[in-house]
Design a protein around this ligand. Structure first.
Ligand code: FES
Length: 148
């Protein structure tokens, strides 16, 4: 019985260091030449992603305009203050869903948002509109005049 009262080594639960991932889809872009009465492609994509098999911790939301209107459909992928964020455009909900899902899944496994180039779906390699550094990312040295 005395052994039961002996102090036991307590280990803290493994800390969760990976922030949630948020995928924001513009739901209002129009497709050139598309049926103006049809559901907008971004809305179709947002609904599809919302029911797709994405990793735990990934949420999908729709917003009206990401200011990438000429690159419809467009999405923003972000994941907390330590990850780079990405905007991708020219996405087609009919043909790109599997690649988008794979790209989001790869992103969600990172702590910094940087998926190795060869592991990114081709559409993410070729259709990036912008990448945005984490807020805490250090600046280049602006006092050096090295033209780099
Ligand atoms: S309407 Fe979709 S990015 Fe502006």
């Amino acid at each position: 019985m005395a052994e039961d009262l002996a102090p036991k080594e307590v280990t803290a639960p493994e800390a969760t260091t990976v922030a949630p991932v948020v995928v924001t889809v513009c739901t209002t872009c129009r497709r050139d030449g598309g049926d103006p009465e049809a559901k907008r492609p971004g809305r179709v994509l947002a609904e599809a992603l919302n029911t797709a098999d994405l990793p735990e911790g990934v949420t999908v939301r729709g917003v009206e305009c990401l200011s990438a209107c000429s690159r419809s459909c467009s999405i923003l992928i972000e994941g907390g203050k330590s990850r780079w964020s990405y905007i991708y455009g020219n996405l087609d909900p009919d043909t790109h869903l599997d690649d988008i899902t794979a790209g989001i899944t790869a992103y969600a496994t990172t702590t910094d948002g940087l998926v190795p180039w060869r592991e990114r779906p081709v559409i993410f390699r070729k259709q990036s509109v912008a990448r945005i550094p984490p807020l805490e990312f250090p600046s280049v040295d602006l006092t050096k005049d090295d033209c780099a």
